[in-house]
Design a binder for this molecule. Structure first.
Ligand code: C5P
Length: 407
């Protein structure tokens, strides 16, 4: 059990902090709540203290609290300080090192690790001043979770929504045990889901990938302590809690996101990238004309896996691809491994009678430099756990010296 000092800032997202307290308590953590003055405009101290099962601290000069426990002590007995929601103003005050109220004083008077979950209007988030403060706070070693992109309370759309309580809880748990798990300190990149290649503003080329296997792999890697960057196309599976999620639409965007996320110790390419895109997507909807079919000319998409596997400098130590085949699975996948230049291929039989595409189970063959290894049919999450375990062994065994060819 850990002791979390939770500072609730004044933003509409403060209502989510009530659920965060509930989830933290349910996970066995002790929560000492602190509210800023403006937090009280959004949630009441009564509901906060009822959920935390403890008194809420609000004022800097609170004589009883000073007698019971100095405000400086308050932040030192905690294992982690969490600011959720962290408003633009709170981030600015933290970056400046101000001690203008109880919350900012606690944050200044401690060397306990601090995590913030920013929440604000998209323009405020994107403002150079906030981005400057964010860089300062990161430079000071402050952990940042979110914000997520989405519809804002103010009706605008973009990054600025506070992360969901479950995602904040996952980040807190990782922060509390940073050195656990064989992949701690390792960065793994995972691509997942389909890509959508626009034809015009309303139509696109896509495929049936649900993103289930990629998501399960990211979750398994997170369980082993890895830092995971999850680059996903528009998938139906919810992205994994606790990963750095980058949402993309097209193969070109996926390639750019992958390149931006490198360096990584390993990269797993589970995305079903569309092979082709329409050479020139139309800016306006193509009109239907009786008897006249639109001529769509296609262009080949970049092969993201082959590009990363072929990198002369900065190639991840282990590059893993997938091969979905309907016949002669092992021979086709073995040829694909050589063609793409990756270290491992996870091959699966996706012929319709297997029910694998879009289903919950998978039957794979792992193809490495040493040969082919059949895994029994199991759930996609069991496949993910086994792959993550193998990956941890391969990275550990290599001690950073393994070359692609040797794994
Ligand atoms: O060539 P094929 O699509 O069968 O190869 C599948 C593997 O290559 C998968 O790991 C997939 O994520 C990756 N891939 C890619 N970029 C593409 C096509 C496939 O990363 N454009």
């Amino acid at each position: 059990m850990s002791h979390i000092l939770l500072i609730i800032g004044g933003g509409i997202a403060a209502y989510k902090s009530l659920d965060l307290i509930r989830q933290l308590s349910k996970a066995g953590h002790e929560v000492t709540p602190v509210m800023t003055k403006s937090a009280g405009e959004f949630v009441t101290p009564l509901s906060v203290s009822a959920l935390a099962g403890r008194k809420v601290h609000e004022a800097l000069f609170d004589l009883t609290a000073e007698a019971e426990m100095g405000h400086i002590q308050l932040s030192r007995v905690a294992d982690l300080l969490v600011v959720a929601p962290a408003t633009a103003d709170m981030m600015a005050r933290m970056a400046q090192g101000r001690a203008s109220d109880l919350a900012s004083t606690l944050l200044l008077a401690t060397d306990t690790p601090v995590m913030i979950a920013p929440a604000m209007n998209v323009r405020m988030w994107e403002h150079p001043a906030t981005q400057r403060n964010l860089a300062t706070l990161k430079g000071d070693g402050i952990m940042v979770v979110g914000p997520e992109e989405g519809e804002m309370a103010c009706g605008e759309y973009g990054p600025g929504r506070m992360s969901e309580p479950a995602a904040i809880l996952a980040a807190i748990e990782r922060a509390l045990r940073p050195d656990q798990g064989p992949l701690s300190g390792r960065h793994v990149l995972v691509t997942s889901g389909p890509t959508h290649e626009p034809i015009d503003p309303v139509r696109y080329i896509a495929n049936r990938s649900s993103g289930a296997q990629g998501t399960a792999i990211a979750e398994a890697l997170l369980r082993l302590g890895a830092r995971v960057t999850f680059v996903t196309g528009p998938a139906s599976a919810a992205p994994p809690m606790g990963a750095d999620v980058v949402k993309v639409e097209t193969a070109a965007e996926m390639l750019a996101a992958v390149e931006a996320a490198l360096p990584a110790d390993a990269a797993i390419f589970a995305a079903a990238v569309a092979d082709w895109r329409v050479e020139t997507a139309q800016a306006r909807k193509i009109k239907k004309q009786a008897g006249a079919l639109p001529g769509l000319s296609l262009a080949e998409n970049p092969d993201i896996l082959a590009r990363v596997a072929g990198m002369a400098v900065g190639r991840p130590e282990l590059v893993v691809g997938f091969a979905a085949e309907t016949d002669e699975v092992v021979s086709h996948a073995t040829a694909k491994r050589a063609r793409k230049g990756c270290d491992w291929i996870l091959a699966n039989d996706v012929s319709p009678e297997t029910g694998i595409m879009g289903g919950t189970e998978n039957a794979v063959t792992l193809i490495t430099g040493e040969g082919a290894e059949d895994w029994p049919r199991m759930s996609k999450s069991a496949v993910a756990d086994r792959l993550a375990q193998r990956l941890a062994e391969a990275l550990g065994a290599g001690d950073g010296t393994a070359s692609g060819g040797r794994i």
